[in-house]
Design a binder for this molecule. Structure first.
Ligand SMILES: Nc1ncnc2c1ncn2[C@@H]1O[C@H](COP(=O)(O)OP(=O)(O)OP(=O)(O)O)[C@@H](O)[C@H]1O
Ligand SMILES: [Mg+2]
Length: 674
């Protein structure tokens, strides 16, 4: 059977093949957030023989044997083509590989991926990344921003600098109206701890974020899940409109109604990673009936397709025709459908893909390296920094000043102040303990808060970096600078209360210097927390490392152990709380200060054992070391992030290089990527 007879194009006169791209794309701008730019490009996407495997550990056969590594095939030779102006739907039961295939087509899948994916005949590149919209199955959104703010910040970061702010706001309003989000535009997104907008509304916000950029290629993972049929229809109408405007739209979908099903141009049906149908949506029923799976009753084609992908035949027509009875066993039904696909669709599809010549159509050439470089970022570094800073501060306005944290810090300050209430200068041991408490509390409290910063943002960072939204350096600086006012306000309030209640030197300059040292220590400790978080990107591991470090720094801080054995004395010099403690002592006391050590007996402060062990001199060296720590830890955090999210393409190339050995061994083609 000819594929073209199986899948004739509904819009054309039937002479064009299902795989053949239309010669001219009618551009309908009614659905676009803003008019197509002059340089906007249509994508013809082809994917051939996509195979994706993962390693999984099998059980060892005997006692003491190491578990064997087995390969699991997730995608098994999926081939197809989507032209600009088309809406392709991927159907299949849960776990059939829809998300995996969509991720591969969006250029976001690495690992043991083989086959060939091209966009207008070119491999995936950085500039394509910015023209591709990807709506993931799980919504990754900031919980404390409203719907309007979420879309506005996306617009400000992703729309080109040629548009004014007012124009960007207009596009946001347009998208909000288009997606029916007007009613909830001022509601917060919400998160696991507090209720915000509904799941369906979140999904529409995620779609809106991608629609805003007017992508040439739009990939969506289950955009209609959790929506009622009217809302789902509305989303599909919008997608159809985007496709009609010259976009290439690919979506996975679970259980579409027949109304929705007939809106698709093409369908890929997957069964456990293997394709069992590729072609026009309108001819799928015809194809399955031609291979023996027809149904006498009127059904939703999507229901029939999903039943077949699950190995459940519609009736027993096939069984009566064949001696073996595949319907009785889902496995044999699937095997039969896979072999029918190979026989009827696969071979012809490959021939037609080879014969379709991309260059003969009206697509622009892929941009040259220089073009790519010039349009690498659609906004300037400074603009990205500014927007990310404002967004971060909006998002964390509740977090930094939440009542619990304020209560925690103020209650410790007041209780501490009461315990050390107006300590007389003759009680030097209590005063030294008080200064040590300052250094410990503000040396370690910010560290535990900072450890969460990057691991918590991981999903967002992956999402936004893979769509080329901003530079990593702009994000890093905005994230760390944005935290400063919030992180410094609480220690300032704490020092005000604790210092004066505790009765330390009532001299304004000494107080201000002590406050500056405490704030400096907060910054250093925060930097170490950021570095731990960025290095491990796992909250549990990072907090464990932070607790070990704080305990070691606490003991080596110069207060508890005064005679540290020489072979381990270096630990003391790594502890920033040691320098903070030393600086606080140096500010509070002078080398020539005296205190009343016994009744009417005065001793030199510098000779008091706890002070003598750390000394009161060379304070500039301590400050310099803390500056070095501040810069060093932050640099370490940046490098760690850069390694993970900075040059995804370099990492991909590295991974693909290692995959190359595997794929060439299997004799398949390497996934083409720059
Ligand atoms: N990295 C991986 N490691 C192990 N298994 C994986 C990996 N990636 C995907 N899989 C497996 O591959 C199969 C397909 O996953 P995928 O998420 O693509 O399915 P899906 O069709 O999108 O399912 P759903 O409809 O439930 O979203 C699943 O069984 C999944 O467990
Ligand atoms: Mg999925």
């Amino acid at each position: 059977m000819s594929l073209s007879s199986v899948a004739p194009k509904p819009e054309n006169d039937g002479t064009e093949l299902a795989t053949g791209p239309p010669n001219r794309v009618e551009v309908n701008t009614a659905y676009l957030a803003y008019p197509i730019q002059k340089n906007s490009q249509s994508f013809l996407q082809r994917f051939e023989e996509i195979v994706y495997k993962v390693n999984r550990e099998g059980k060892g056969t005997g006692c003491g044997e190491t578990p064997s590594i087995k390969e699991k095939t997730i995608l098994n030779g999926v081939t197809g083509m989507v032209c600009p102006g088309e809406l392709l739907a991927m159907l299949g039961p849960s776990g059939s590989g829809k998300t995996t295939l969509l991720t591969a087509l969006g250029g976001r899948l690495s690992g043991m991926l083989s086959g060939k994916i091209t966009y207008n005949g070119q491999p995936f590149s950085g500039s394509m990344k910015r023209r591709t919209g990807f709506v993931a199955q799980d919504d990754v959104l900031y919980p404390h921003l409203t719907v309007f703010e979420t879309l506005l910040f996306t617009a400000l970061l992703r729309l080109p600098k040629s548009l004014t702010k007012e124009e960007k706001v207009q596009h946001v309003e347009h998208v909000i109206a288009e997606l029916g989000l007007t009613r909830c535009q001022n509601s917060m997104i919400g998160g696991p701890l507090f209720r915000g907008i509904s799941g369906g509304e979140k999904k529409r916000v995620s779609i809106g974020q991608e629609m805003l950029i007017n992508p040439s290629l739009l990939l969506l993972d289950e955009p209609t899940s959790g929506l009622d049929s009217t809302a789902a229809q509305r989303i599909l109408n919008t997608l159809k409109g985007l496709a009609g405007g010259g976009r290439t739209v690919i979506t996975t979908i679970h259980q579409p109604s027949s109304r929705l099903y007939y809106m698709f141009d093409k369908v890929v049906l997957l069964s456990e990673g293997s394709p069992i149908y590729y072609g026009l949506a309108s001819t799928a029923m015809e194809y399955f009936s031609s291979v023996g799976f027809s149904t006498s009753i009127t059904v939703n084609p999507a229901d029939l397709l999903l039943d077949l992908a699950n190995g459940i035949g519609p009736d027993f027509q096939h069984a009566t025709e064949r001696s073996d009875n595949p319907q009785q066993d889902p496995k044999s039904v699937r095997e039969f459908l896979i072999s029918a696909y190979d026989k009827n669709i696969s071979t012809r599809l490959k021939i037609e893909l080879c014969s379709s010549d991309v260059s003969s159509y009206n697509y622009k050439e892929a941009p040259t390296r220089n073009d790519v470089k010039s349009e690498k970022w659609c906004t300037t570094w400074w603009h990205q920094f500014k927007i990310l800073l404002i967004r971060g501060m909006r998002e964390r306005r509740f977090e930094a000043f939440n009542r619990l944290r304020i209560f925690q810090v103020l209650s410790v300050a007041i209780l501490g102040g009461l315990l050390w209430w107006r300590t007389p200068s003759s009680h030097i041991d209590d005063r030294v303990a008080m200064l040590f408490f300052f250094s410990v509390f503000w040396g370690f409290y910010p560290l535990y808060n900072a450890v969460f910063t990057f691991p918590q943002e991981r999903a967002m960072l992956i999402k936004e970096r893979s769509s080329g939204m901003y530079r990593l350096s702009a994000y890093f600086l905005a994230r760390t600078v944005g935290d400063l006012p919030m992180e410094l306000a609480l220690p300032t309030a704490f020092t005000f209360i604790f210092y004066w209640m505790g009765g330390l030197k009532p001299d304004p300059s000494t107080f201000i210097l002590s406050l500056l040292v405490v704030l400096f220590s907060v910054l250093v400790s925060q930097s170490l927390g950021l570095a731990f978080g960025a290095l491990l990107m796992d909250v549990k591991q990072a907090t464990t490392l932070a607790s070990v470090t704080t305990l070691v720094f606490l003991i080596a801080g110069g207060y508890y152990v005064r005679q540290i054995p020489p072979f381990i004395i270096w630990l003391k010099y790594l502890s920033y709380s040691y320098y903070c403690y030393k600086l606080l002592l140096g500010i509070q006391y002078d080398e020539n200060d005296y205190y009343e050590c016994a009744k009417e007996v005065y001793c030199r402060v510098a000779d008091y054992p706890a002070i003598k062990s750390v000394g009161l001199s060379h304070l500039w060296i301590d400050i310099s070391i803390m500056v070095l720590m501040l810069v060093g830890y932050r640099f370490m955090a940046y490098i760690a992030l850069h390694r993970e999210y900075g040059s995804m393409w370099v990492i991909r190339i590295h991974k693909l290089a290692s995959d190359y050995a595997l794929t060439t061994k299997r004799g398949s083609t390497l996934h083409e990527i720059d």
